[in-house]
Design a protein around this ligand. Sequence first.
Ligand SMILES: NC(=O)C1=CN([C@@H]2O[C@H](COP(=O)(O)OP(=O)(O)OC[C@H]3O[C@@H](n4cnc5c(N)ncnc54)[C@H](OP(=O)(O)O)[C@@H]3O)[C@@H](O)[C@H]2O)C=CC1
Ligand SMILES: O=C(O)C1=N[C@H](C(=O)O)C[C@H](O)C1
Length: 246
Amino acid sequence: MKIAVIGAKGRMGQAMSAGVEQTDGLELVAQLDAGDEITTESLNGAEVAIEFTRPDSTLKNTLAVIGAGVHCVVGTTGWTDEGLDQVRELLETKPGVGAIIAPNYALSAVLAMSFAKKAAAYFESAEVIELHHPNKVDAPSGTALTTAKGIAQARREAGLGPMPDATETDPGGARGANIDGVHVHAVRLRGLTAHEEIVFGNPGEQFTIRTDSFDRESFFPGVLLAVREVSGRPGLTYGLDQLMDI
Ligand SMILES: NC(=O)C1=CN([C@@H]2O[C@H](COP(=O)(O)OP(=O)(O)OC[C@H]3O[C@@H](n4cnc5c(N)ncnc54)[C@H](OP(=O)(O)O)[C@@H]3O)[C@@H](O)[C@H]2O)C=CC1
Ligand SMILES: O=C(O)C1=N[C@H](C(=O)O)C[C@H](O)C1
């Protein structure tokens, strides 16, 4: 299968290019980065494009790849509901073309998000702490946003009200971001790669889910799964959990 990597000079682009080159049956036919136009010519016969760029570039890039009739596996964060709708609309005009967009391709992170949704109904309190390398441009992480939204939805479905929190003063924002009623804290620390801890509390007990990507190679098995599945899934698939039996 012929593969293009977009964002090829970046941290993820380099790791994904190496993964493609080391995988039997995959051929790296294009490596594009900032300043390169995405066209049928520059994609150079790719059947699938892997896109890891920047939150402010990913929508335009994804639409360009689909516009060229090429399947797309996207890992960049920063997606809005409106952006996802634009992708869906374009895919409707391109029968047979598929796009998979996922906030995290590490299997441990996908499982953590899934387990968090299951646990959410059983605890009074839940908070998300994401920890990343200090070169990351967005906070909170796409994974943390998805995790928090999943917890919030599960709590709503279970009929749970707001979490207990007596905070009256917080001038510096020490309680973190409030995503759908779930507090999310972002740590940026030299030495880290990508980590997330989800903590649940009840009177007298705590449940912690933790996922650690120590190396960007951890994202490749999930990306590879998406690359192999995307041509059989026309339209938009959001989240790697959709491809896993979880
Ligand atoms: N879903 C997942 O599993 C994962 C998602 N991510 C996400 O992937 C994204 C990339 O992360 P990371 O690799 O660390 O970031 P980097 O900044 O290391 O890499 C991004 C690359 O994309 C380039 N770029 C910028 N604009 C464009 C453009 N318009 N077209 C093509 N390339 C462009 C950048 O060039 P320049 O530096 O010149 O701007 C850079 O080379 C982030 O959103 C991150 O959150 C990361 C890890 C896993
Ligand atoms: O920027 C990163 O590094 C990562 N970004 C994604 C996110 O924002 O969730 C996935 C992973 O956490 C690594």
